[in-house]
Design a protein around this ligand. Structure first.
Ligand SMILES: [Zn+2]
Length: 392
């Protein structure tokens, strides 16, 4: 069974795996290691990064796999590409609200799997069938207009397998058109999946309550993604957000409101179940580390690390800038597999601590020397010529 076939098979089987196949998670380690071998073969820089650590990594646990810090994608000189440049379909961009822009090379396989993972999550976690009565309303641009801005692209792709209308043009988000579209679709008996960043969903909910006021149905969904970036002054906690949106749209339950976690560097989006826990699919291994000593944590908060076998064109073994909790106990929804809860962004002190620890870590093998040179003297490292610290 090839790695490619296996990731795709897991996607097509996701609903069944969550519900009935607890043993599937035994496959994750093999899949991640196969992905590691692929990137070691097809990415010279990552191979040299692995170098002497290769054997330990092959035999040891997944947390030994050398991670790519998400900041590395912010430097255009960094060679994160696995395989030929000619295969790249898009350099996915971050929005740049956190400073420098990340560029992530994605080939067709990586993009199709990102979309495939999201499409699989709809029936697996929301119970939405693409042949059903739902229609998507995206409070953003369509994928072609997203111009590789990953956040917009990912939003546009969530409902890709069902009929979808887009509410943002080059003139911006059209709230009047959105209210109108909701009205027309509800009048024709359709169920809705409204997709957008939380600040826009909140604006829409408030306008809906004020100007329409008619309760939506029990099968309508609001899906949020992307957090409050750029709109932090409007940010409210998750529970308050769900209460306000639920009341404004007249939803029967806050189970109809689901959030989704993704970042440009990661090739998988993590959707919530009806208990508002974000489920990790079996092609991803997630763990967290102590921000001070970098040791893998067994419980509590830590810096989130994601190993994602679905990326083909770059090694998706990412140390993120997010802090959260990985829970290995079965979710109260009854589905199998771990869940991830993001609690906050990493702070400046922890970020420096991470970099410093990676730089002076107890191992002195080549993997760590790579980090030493990046973090100690980034400007002189061949991968990062001219780069400064752009993580803040
Ligand atoms: Zn759950």
């Amino acid at each position: 069974m090839s790695e490619k076939l296996c990731v795709d098979t897991l996607m097509s089987e996701l609903k069944n795996i969550y519900e009935n196949k607890p043993e599937t998670w035994d496959l994750t380690a093999a899949l991640i290691k196969e992905s590691l071998r692929y990137h070691a073969q097809h990415n010279e820089q990552y191979a040299s990064y692995l170098d002497n650590a290769r054997e330990t990594v092959e035999e040891g646990e997944l947390a030994n796999i050398p991670l790519v810090p998400s900041t590395l994608f912010k430097n255009p000189a960094a060679k994160v590409l696995s395989g030929p440049q000619s295969e790249i379909q898009q350099y996915s961009r971050s929005s740049g609200t956190q400073g420098a822009v990340s560029l992530v090379p994605r080939d067709e396989t990586s993009i199709l799997r990102f979309i495939g993972g999201m499409s699989a999550s709809m029936p697996a976690l929301l119970g939405v069938d693409r042949m059903g009565n739902h229609v998507g309303i995206v409070l953003g641009k369509d994928a072609d207009s997203a111009e590789n801005l990953w956040f917009s692209y990912a939003l546009a792709c969530i409902t890709i397998e069902i009929e979808t209308e887009f509410m943002e043009t080059k003139d911006g988000f059209d709230i009047d058109k959105t209210l109108d579209t909701i009205g027309k679709l509800k009048a024709s008996g359709r169920d809705l999946i409204i997709v957008g960043p939380p600040f826009r969903a909140l604006d829409l909910a408030e306008a809906y309550a004020e100007r329409v006021g008619k309760a939506l149905g029990g099968k309508d969904f609001i899906i949020t993604a992307g957090g409050w970036k750029g709109e932090k002054s409007k940010a409210i906690d998750n529970k308050t957000f769900r209460r306000v949106v639920c009341k404004s749209f007249g939803l029967k339950s806050d189970k109809q409101i689901r959030d989704c976690y993704n970042m440009v560097e990661c090739n998988t989006a993590f959707f919530e179940c009806e208990h508002h826990e974000k489920h990790i699919p079996p092609w991803v291994y997630a763990y967290s580390v102590d921000p001070v000593n970098q040791n893998k944590k067994t419980d509590g908060e830590g810096v989130i690390c994601l190993l994602d076998a679905s990326a083909n064109s770059y090694p998706c073994f990412i140390k993120t800038d997010d802090v959260g909790i990985i829970n290995h106990e079965q979710c109260s929804c009854g589905r199998h597999g771990p869940t991830i809860r993001i609690t906050r962004r990493i702070n400046k002190v922890e970020s420096r601590g991470c970099a410093l620890k990676m730089a002076v870590g107890k191992n002195t093998d080549n993997a760590n020397r790579f980090h030493q040179s990046i973090y100690r003297t980034p400007a002189s490292h061949p991968l990062l010529k001219g780069a400064g610290s752009d993580n803040e």
